[in-house]
Every structure is written in C-alpha cells, then in structure tokens.
Design a protein around this ligand. Structure first.
Ligand SMILES: Nc1ncnc2c1ncn2[C@@H]1O[C@H](COP(=O)(O)OP(=O)(O)OP(=O)(O)O)[C@@H](O)[C@H]1O
Length: 946
C-alpha cells in the first residue's frame, strides 16, 4: 500500500469513523484523521486495517458541501484521485478526493451484485448473524461487563455496573484493603473503553505498583497500557527533537509525548519530580484518570501537598476520575474532604459544612432505614415520615421510594461519589490470628526504650551491632526455621532495617530471602517479589520496608511478621492487607515480636487491647488515633507502665465509634456500595451469556470463513493459527504463531496461557466490526424450490441497518443500536417476511454457479433495481419510529443528569450554570445526530425459485 497525504481511506475495524484522510506519513507510521467524528488514528503502514475508497464511473459521490454528483471518469494525479462528474442537471464539476464528504456510505452491496462480485450463502448468513449479534449486544443490560478474567464477586460487579454506566464517572473507590479496588477500576475502565465512553485513560500509581497494574489490566481485561517513565519520556521528547533539526525546538514544545498513546500508566513520583512531564500529562487531557493509593494526597486548609496539587491539575483536565484508597481518612478528615472535592467540587465545596453533614448522618440513616423497610413491605410512606423527609429532599412523588432514597444519598451523604465495602458486609474472609512475642531489652538499647526511638531503636544503631544483639533478629531466624515450608512476609518501618535483616538472613542464617525497599529500582522490586512468589525454589521470606505494605498481592503467604509497628493504624491495616485479601485461603497468622517494657510494648497493647486492630479491620482507626494521639505519644515517651487507663479509654471510644458508624455513615455507605439482589441479577445475566454456546459456534464459523486454522485443544478450548488460505491479510488479534483460546471463564482463571474469548474480547469485537464494515457476504444469489411458486419467480431479501454518524463521545449507540431491518419481497412488492423468515430461507437456499448467477442478475437487473427501491422505501418507513424511540431513551437518560444538577444547585449555589448547560448541549447534539440517521443497505440476497 502506498499512502499519500490527502488520500481517502476507510477503517476495516471501526466503521463509525467515516471516511478518513491521510494527514501524516512518517516513515513506517501513518496518521489518518476522521473529520466525521473528530478523531485521529495512527497505524503501522505495513499493517493498517484500511481500504482505499475509489469511485468508479457511474457511481454517486457526495462532497463536503453535501452536493451529489455522478462520476463520469476518474484520473489519478500524483497518487490523488480527481473525479470528473455531473450533477442531476448535467452540469459538470471536477472534484478532488480531498473534497469528498466524510459521512459517506461505505459499503455498497448493490454495486458488488451488479458487477458480479457475489459471496457464498454461508458468508451472507454469517454477515446477518454478525449484525444481529452486534444489535443484541448493543442493547444488552450487561454490555461492558462481559469478558473480565475474574470471579464474579457481587460487590465488585455492583460497583462496576453502577459507576461505569455514568458519563465521565468521578468516584472514590474505598473498599477495605484487599477487596479488589484494582479489579473494580479495571472493570470500569473496560466498560468505559468498550462502550466508547472513554478512549484516553491515564493510571497514576506508586512506583512499586506499576508492574502489578500493568499485568492486572492486561491479563484480566485485555487492556494494554503503556508505561511512561523518565526514560520513555526522554526518548519520546528526544525523538521529537530529532525530527527535522531546524524545527527541533518547536517540535519539543508542540508535540506531547503523552499523546502518543491512548492508555498510559505512570507513577505519581515520576510526575511530581518532573515538572515538564507533569505539564505534558495535564495538557494531554484524559477521558478517565485513575489514581491508586490516593491517601497520599494530603491537603489541609493551609497547605496542599505536591502530590495533591499534581492530581488536582490532572483531575481538572480529565472528564472522569477514579480515586482508590482503602483508608480514605488515613491523614484526617481534611484530606478526605479534599479528595471528595477533587471528584465533585460542586457537591463538596465547604469543609465546615462537610463536617456538620458527617455528624448528621445518624438521623439521615434512620430515615433511609425506614424507607428501605417500607420498600420491602410495600407499605406507603406515612404523612409524618413524608414531612420529615421533606426537610431533606424533594418528596413530590411519594410513590417513588427508590428515587427518594437515591436522592437522599446523593444530596446528603457521600453516597454517589464514595463506594466502600467492608469485610463485615461481604463475608467469607478468613480469620486473622495474632501471636505476640515479648522479648527482653538488650543492653544495646537500654537508653532507647521510650518514644519513637524506642519503637525503632535499631535505626540509630550500627547494623552490625543490633543484628547481633536485638532479640527480634534471633527470634525471627528461629521462627523462619520453624516455619520452614511456609512463605513468610516480614514488614518493618525502615528500609535500613529491611536491608540489614535480609542480608543477615540470607548470608548468615542461610534462609532464602529477598528485600523489598525504596532503594531498589522498579524492576529489582518486581524481581524480588516474583522470587518470593515462586513456589519451587523461591524465597521463603520477603523483607519489606513500609513501601511493601501498600497495594501488593501476597495472599499466597499465610504468615505475616510485623517486625515493628507503624505509628498509624491505617498503615497497620495496609500491612495486614497484603495477606488479608481476596484469594487468601487460610487463617492469617500475624506474628508480633516486641521488646518488653518499652514503647514497643505500649504501642502493641494500645493497638491490640484498645482497637483490636490485629484481628479485626477498623475503618476509623485513624480518627481514633487522632483523638488519642497526644496522650498516646506522651505515654510512649514516659513509658511508665501507666498506659492501662489510656487503653481502657481507647477501647470504650472504639466501641462507641463502631456503634455510631454502624448506625450512621457506614450503613449509608454499605447501602449504596452493594445492593445484593441487583448484583446477583447482573451476575446471573452475565453467566447466562457466558454459558450460552452462541459465541463459540459463531467464532468457529468466523474462523472458517476467514481461513483461520483451528485445532481442538480441550473442552471449550482451541488453538487457532493463520493458514495459507487466509481471506484477509489481517485477522484481528491472531498471532503469527497462533493463539490458544478458551470460551470458558473457569478455564481461563486457571490457565494463564489461554486467552479468554468473550463477546467483548478485542478479537471478537474487531472481527465483528470487520464483517460489518467490509464487503464479506453483502451480496449473494441462491435458488429455492417452493411449492406453489412458479419456477423463475424472483425474490429479494435485503438487510438494512440504522446508520448514525456522530462524535464518539456522544455515545449515541446506547440509545440507537444498529437495528437490522429485514425486507423480503417479490417483484410486485408483496411482503414475504412472515412467510419466509430468514432462518427458514437459509435452510432452503441452494448454491448457484457463479456464471449462472451472473447471467441471472444481468437478465433481471431492472427488476432487482425496482425491488431494491421498494425495499429501501420500506426500510425508510420503519426509521421514524426507531428514531423516536432512540430520542425518548436519550432524553430519559440525559435528563436525569440535568434534573440532578438542578436539584443540587438549589441547595448548593456552587454548581455552575455551565455544568447544567453541558448536559443540555449533549441532549441537543445527540438529538441532531439521531435525527440525521439514515438507513444503510447491508446485504442483498437474490433468490430465484426453480
Ligand atoms: N473478582 C476477582 N477474581 C479474582 N481475583 C480477584 C478478584 N478481585 C480481586 N482479586 C484478587 O484479589 C487481590 C486483591 O485485589 P486488589 O489488588 O484489586 O485489591 P485492592 O482493594 O486494590 O487492595 P489494596 O487495598 O491493598 O490496594 C488481587 O490479587 C486480585 O487479583
């Protein structure tokens, strides 16, 4: 293929892009702009899924100004076509291909039919089957939720379904540690990208989690993110500079490395340490920004951390935002409020007001509970309750209890933006068992037994010395030897402690170990944790500094040693969460060695007896800590054994807080974070779709049709390979050396090497698009024998789809699916749709030799043209009804957003009018696009009786 600027090409894989223009040819890469949808694509020149659009004599073309002409002749000048044309009045015109409309009809079955390019009947039926599947899937209630290589867990599926359907969702995913926030974010990303709601996504995570995120997104959701780090950024900026020396400076400022990829993964440190990269990342603007471990974003009324400021800038230039943290209040209510403000500045605009609201959740919860009960009993709301509710929200429709609950949660709780599931609500998690080991203080530490120093005395001591005399070291060595066949995760607060410990265990005690700390590069850290994960010959223990306490998956281990304790309950929860997470199969053994009669013992007792934090997770650990911080620090400092009173106070306060939370905020959150019956209904629909044999059968037919070789592997699993009789040079996702695929999620969960093919796997999606967009099966001829019909009777079966070309961000297909319209008639325009349904006709059709078929078509061309005109009229008659329904659906969906913002604006003047008018514009732009839709002929089958 030779690409020249200004040529017009059509995408095989993305039919909705319209007619593209080659806008850049750069060595082995070409860029095509698609003005109809305002998008651009860059392809490798030798493998671009594109077809050149060239018109022949007699064909109709449409110009940019929507003028129509017939081509009288065409010539190619320097690789660009020039069409000599006439309009209906016979006026001549010369039109360059650059002036062609971007909204052209791209497939022309009738052209192929009349020029003798037929397909076999099988290809025709495959085409119709494909159209029907696309239509069915566009309307599926579980669209976007299929195809994740995960177990179906109700709390995750519920959140994904709830959040992903929103336009540009902005939420805080705050499930307790290890309940699968990464998976929830992946499900939301998959949904948004699959449905076209998002195209550009940026994920920002701590350095140590880059690899884990990369793997989870690819392995579970087929989302291939590109890692951006300093070296990649430098290479991209450098290559910009190298492109044409004289423009070097200009190129550097003009082209943005973050715009070279759609799905980008990078670390927060990389952005905060490199202002130029941060500016580029912000300017690149994203449809969906995801920030993991968002508790690092500190903010107070007087000071915002550099991390907060960075995410604030990114968030203000991103349509959607997912913030993830298991410990939303880790650094206090101010930061929690500030993160909510990032999500919805109009809803969270005043800290004081937010604090008051938090305090008032109890009465609100009582009201919501009453409504929930009424909802299940079916009883109406009493006038008295209605009056109370009226003080909180609009209750004009007292029948709509669900609507009232939703409004209460939206307008008064953090419900709409904050999702938090707890172990208590989910159940099925293993137990945590604590073992503590009081040890004598060595002489070396005699002067370091109190305060913070007493917690980490080794830090101020030479490694050689403390390793020798700290009894925790010999205890650890003995414990590891005792647990010889078990994996043991060890966490300590400081990197220097981790390094010294690991060296000792490895070199002196002969224990297979690895260290994981901030001084290692990302690759070294990944290598260390992979070594720990290996079942045979891997490390028995991984010694982590505090960075290992975040985000990582170590649930294959069942023993956790807390070599010291952090001075923050949320950090302690994070540490335990490495093992206490989905996938943990056994009771978690938590081992805590401490030095007797030192601040270590006091802190251990305070956590254990005051908050019971080792054996039970506690969502308000940090606020309890804040409450007792000064007293606790004092006790640690004096360390005179008088901590009992503080422990008793803490325990009483913890109990009260747990109770309050249970009655107030947590219940509201839980109510909002997982509605079990809905989640179960969604899961059962997903599983019905997965259990159906339709996909496997369909894909097998598709592989056959395209010449992809298949070999049975095992139940619902196959090996597919390119063959030397391939129908196209490019079959989506097919590797040169083949792929092992399975249609069973169960199998895919246990077999990493297999690709899990679902209706939403890129191979399936793109090959269906390829069928829809390309010509395959769009024209065929067949014969049938029907009693009562004269031999030689001509019948025509046509399929039309509704063609709506609109910018992708409007996502019009959620309201207006392609809607195949079948018209089956004879020469007299008699409707035979009922008498000869498609499936029945398929069974009756017999092959016709190509020569015979060409002769038939030539002979009856005039009749076919007449029948086609009639069929188009019939299809067009069906259109207004379809468009009306689409408009109604669109109005219903977008109007809810307008109403919600208007209701919020009534109590919150910070909501800007522009926010409301944004949705109003969406309504009018969508209506315009819907009303401009036309019917598009997709396939013709000429049938002759014999
Ligand atoms: N639905 C699922 N099916 C299979 N595995 C899952 C599922 N959900 C989560 N997991 C696994 O459970 C572990 C915890 O999930 P994830 O990392 O998403 O939790 P998290 O809430 O982000 O944790 P943290 O709070 O530590 O950041 C991971 O190993 C993940 O792969």
């Amino acid at each position: 293929m030779q690409f020249i600027l200004g040529q017009r090409w059509v995408s095989h894989t993305e039919s909705k892009l319209g007619l593209g223009i080659i806008s850049e040819v750069n060595g082995r890469r070409i860029t095509v702009s698609f003005p109809a949808v305002g998008e651009e694509r860059t392809y490798a020149a030798d493998n671009a899924p594109l077809s050149r659009l060239i018109y022949n004599e007699g064909e109709q073309i449409t110009t940019l100004d929507d003028l129509k002409y017939h081509v009288t002749s065409a010539e190619e000048v320097d690789g660009i076509y020039i069409y000599h044309c006439e309009d209906e009045e016979g006026n001549g015109a010369t039109i360059e291909e650059l002036d062609l409309s971007c909204f052209v009809q791209l497939t022309a079955p009738q052209h192929r039919l009349f020029s003798g390019h037929f397909d076999k009947n099988k290809a025709f039926t495959l085409r119709i089957e494909t159209l029907n599947h696309i239509h069915r899937l566009q309307q599926s209630s579980v669209k976007g939720l299929l195809g994740a290589r995960t177990n179906h867990l109700p709390h995750q599926v519920y959140i994904a379904n709830e959040v992903a359907q929103r336009f540009a969702p902005r939420v805080l995913l705050a499930d307790e540690v290890g309940l699968g926030k990464t998976i929830e974010a992946g499900m939301i990303l998959h949904y948004q990208i699959h449905t076209g709601r998002a195209k550009r996504a940026l994920i920002v995570v701590p350095d140590s989690l880059i690899h884990q995120w990369l793997v989870e997104m690819l392995r579970r959701f087929n989302l291939a993110f590109s890692i951006f780090d300093q070296s990649r950024y430098d290479a991209l900026t450098q290559s910009n500079n190298d492109e044409g020396d004289e423009f070097a400076v200009e190129a550097d400022t003009q082209s943005n490395p973050f715009e070279t990829e759609q799905l980008v993964l990078c670390s927060l440190d990389f952005l905060t340490e490199n202002p130029a990269a941060k500016t580029h990342a912000v300017e690149a603007s994203w449809d969906l920004l995801t920030v993991d471990e968002a508790h690092h974003l500190h903010w107070s009324e007087t000071e915002a951390s550099i991390e907060y400021q960075c995410v604030e800038q990114l968030a203000s230039n991103s349509a959607g935002l997912l913030l993830l943290t298991a410990t939303p209040e880790q650094v206090g209510i101010e930061s929690h409020f500030a993160r909510l403000r990032l999500l919805d500045p109009s809803r969270f605009y005043d800290l004081e007001r937010f604090k008051q609201e938090e305090a008032g959740y109890q009465p609100l919860n009582l009201l919501v509970q009453q409504l929930v009960e009424l909802q299940s009993s079916g009883a109406p709301i009493s006038p008295e309750l209605l009056k109370q509710l009226g003080e909180f929200t609009d209750v004009s429709d007292a029948q709509d209890i669900e609507g009232i609950i939703a409004r209460l949660l939206d307008q008064h709780g953090t419900g709409r933006v904050l999702f938090r599931n707890t172990r208590a609500a989910i159940k099925g998690f293993p137990q945590r068992k604590l073992s503590s080991y009081p040890l004598p203080v060595p002489a070396l530490y005699q002067n370091h037994t109190t305060g913070i120093t007493g917690l980490y005395p080794e830090v101020i001591t030479e490694a050689d010395e403390w390793i020798q005399s700290d009894p925790r070291v010999s205890w650890l060595e003995a414990k590891l030897k005792q647990l010889k066949s078990e994996k043991v995760l060890v966490i300590c607060a400081n990197a220097s402690t981790a390094v010294a410990l690991e060296q000792y265990l490895q070199l002196r005690a002969g224990i297979r170990s690895a260290a994981f700390y901030e001084g290692l590069s990302i690759i070294e850290r990944d290598r260390a944790s992979a070594y720990f994960a290996e079942t045979e010959g891997g490390a028995q223990t991984l010694i982590c500094s505090e960075i290992g306490s975040e985000g990582r998956n170590f649930q294959f281990a069942h023993h956790l040693v807390l070599f010291d304790l952090p001075l923050n309950p949320d950090l302690l929860e994070q540490r335990i969460g490495r093992l206490d997470r989905i996938g943990q199969t056994e009771t978690i053994q938590i081992h805590v060695p401490y030095l007797e009669a030192t601040s270590q013992e006091s802190l251990f007792r305070w956590y254990h007896e005051g908050i019971n934090l080792f054996e039970q997770s506690c969502s308000v650990g940090y606020s309890i800590y804040e409450q007792f911080e000064l007293e606790l620090l004092e006790q640690l400092q004096v360390n005179d054994g008088q901590i009992n009173a503080l422990i008793a106070d803490t325990a009483a306060h913890t109990e009260k807080m747990r109770q309050l939370l249970h009655e107030g905020r947590d219940q509201l959150l839980e109510l909002n974070s997982c509605k079990l019956p809905q989640a179960e209904a969604i899961i059962s629909t997903i599983e019905e779709e997965e259990d159906s044999p339709l996909l496997e059968e369909f894909m097998m037919r598709l592989f056959n049709q395209f010449g992809v070789d298949q070999e049975h592997h095992s139940d619902h699993a196959h090996v597919i390979r390119p063959s030397d009789h391939m129908f196209t040079s490019h079959f989506p996702g097919l590797k040169d050396d083949g792929n092992t695929i399975t249609f069973s999620r169960e199998k895919a969960l246990s077999r990493e090497d297999m690709e899990f093919l679902s209706w939403e796997h890129p191979m399936v999606v793109e090959s269906m698009e390829m069928v829809q967009t390309a010509e395959l099966g769009n024209a065929t001829v067949a014969t049938i024998s029907v009693k009562g019909l004269q031999p030689g009777t001509l019948l025509l079966e046509t399929y039309y789809t509704v063609n709506c070309i609109a910018p992708k961000q409007l996502q019009v297909d959620r309201f207006l699916p392609i809607t195949p319209i079948r018209v089956m008639s004879d020469v007299n325009g008699r409707d035979l749709g009922q008498v000869l349904p498609h499936e029945r006709l398929n069974g009756m059709c017999e092959k016709v030799k190509r020569n015979t078929a060409q002769a038939i078509v030539k002979q009856v061309r005039h009749d076919i043209e007449k029948m086609l005109t009639h069929a188009t009229t019939v299809a067009e008659q069906a259109l207004p009804d379809i468009l009306n329904k689409a408009n109604e659906k669109m109005m219903r969906s977008l109007k809810v957003e307008v109403d919600r913002l208007e209701a919020l604006q009534a109590i919150n003047p910070a909501i800007r009018d522009e926010e409301i008018s944004f949705f109003k514009q969406q309504i009018s732009a969508s209506a315009d696009a819907i009303n401009r839709s036309t019917v598009q002929l997709q396939a013709i089958r000429v049938v002759v009786t014999n």
